[in-house]
Design a protein around this ligand. Structure first.
Ligand code: ATP
Length: 306
């Protein structure tokens, strides 16, 4: 008998590298990024909804505040796209249980969209390949294909062309969260403003960073972290510089604004180091809240069928 629903668990991410090329004539930037999925997860539950209600959504969990419960939610956009492409029933109930920070540069909305794609593929036994799912995903947002694949991967194009990367080891992160998000388009605009008049090269993956990942060398990885959006995020939110300084002063192996921010991700050597840095950041008063996570984590995957 067909199940009533499925639950898909989806990870947040940090960008170990984010290189941003010049602004293209289409209004977008070509980027080269190295993603790592980390162990902060949203759970996306999908079941058949009430007839003629369309796609409905409810949002709970520790980071539910500020998540739209309407058609602008990326989970609903993903469901509507899947309904159009694969002629599955149009009445669906989606429940999001959120742990990934909202508007924090950790791809929370993208993760939920990925959860819907993988969940619907399983629930309706569509048998989609990874490629087919990633194609649908890239129509919703640049980070959605990576949220499906998880692990460590290089993203090119708009970040949506994913190639898995060879990486050894596991990495411990301390995440300095902000209770006010930053808008991704606003951060890109600020980046363009700061670069005005400069000639910007095409983005390239950092060989030093890839080498650190292949060797499983956390110290070398900490030194190789880079983000072209960091200056723009700090310009819009100067307090982020203080956060970065505190983390580095307290011995983080590296610290970086994640994606378009405002989350700051610190790489540390182990759990004990993570605890010490958590205490130091809390005491500094410059951080709203702190989370710890490890990476790489798995991509979107079904954890329950009921
Ligand atoms: P990225 O790292 O991909 O740029 P982000 O982590 O900075 O994204 P999100 O958490 O995806 O940002 O949210 C950005 C905005 O998208 C939110 O402010 C919210 O209004 C909207 N949004 C739409 N759907 C969702 C969702 N399912 N979860 C969170 N936010 C969502």
């Amino acid at each position: 008998m067909k199940s009533h629903g499925v639950v898909t668990r989806v990870p947040g991410k940090v960008n170990l590298q984010l290189s941003v090329g010049p602004l293209g004539s289409d209004g977008f930037h070509e980027v080269t990024t190295v993603f790592q999925a980390i162990s902060l997860f949203d759970d996306v539950t999908i079941s058949e909804g009430v007839s003629k209600a369309g796609v409905t959504i409810s949002v709970t969990g520790q980071t539910a505040h500020g998540v739209p419960a309407d058609a602008s939610n990326l989970a609903i956009r993903a469901a509507n796209l899947m309904i159009k492409e694969y002629e599955i029933p149009a009445d669906l109930e989606i429940k999001l249980k959120k742990e990934i920070p909202v508007a924090g540069g950790m791809a929370g909305g993208s993760a939920d969209a990925a959860g819907v794609i993988v969940g619907l593929d399983s629930f309706y036994e569509l048998g989609l390949s990874r490629d087919e799912m990633e194609k649908i995903a890239s129509q919703i947002g640049s980070d959605v294909p990576f949220s499906i694949s998880g692990g460590v991967a290089i993203g090119t194009g708009r970040g949506d062309q994913i190639t898995p990367a060879l990486a050894k080891g596991s990495y411990t992160w301390v995440l300095a969260l902000s209770n006010q998000g930053l808008s991704t388009p606003a951060v890109y605009q600020e980046c363009d403003r700061l670069r005005e008049g400069l000639s910007i090269a095409s983005p390239q993956v950092s060989e030093v960073l890839m080498q650190a990942l292949r060797a499983g060398d956390a110290k070398a990885l900490g030194k190789a972290l880079s983000n072209d959006l960091q200056a723009a995020a700090c310009s819009l939110r100067p307090a982020l510089r203080l956060v970065l300084d505190v983390g580095i002063d307290y011995g983080a192996l590296g610290g970086i604004v994640s994606g378009s921010g405002p989350t700051v991700a610190f790489l540390v050597s182990d759990e004990e180091h993570a605890m010490d840095l958590t205490v130091a950041l809390s005491a500094s008063g410059v951080v709203s809240s702190i989370a710890r996570a490890v990476g790489p984590a798995h991509g979107a995957r079904i954890i329950e069928s009921f």
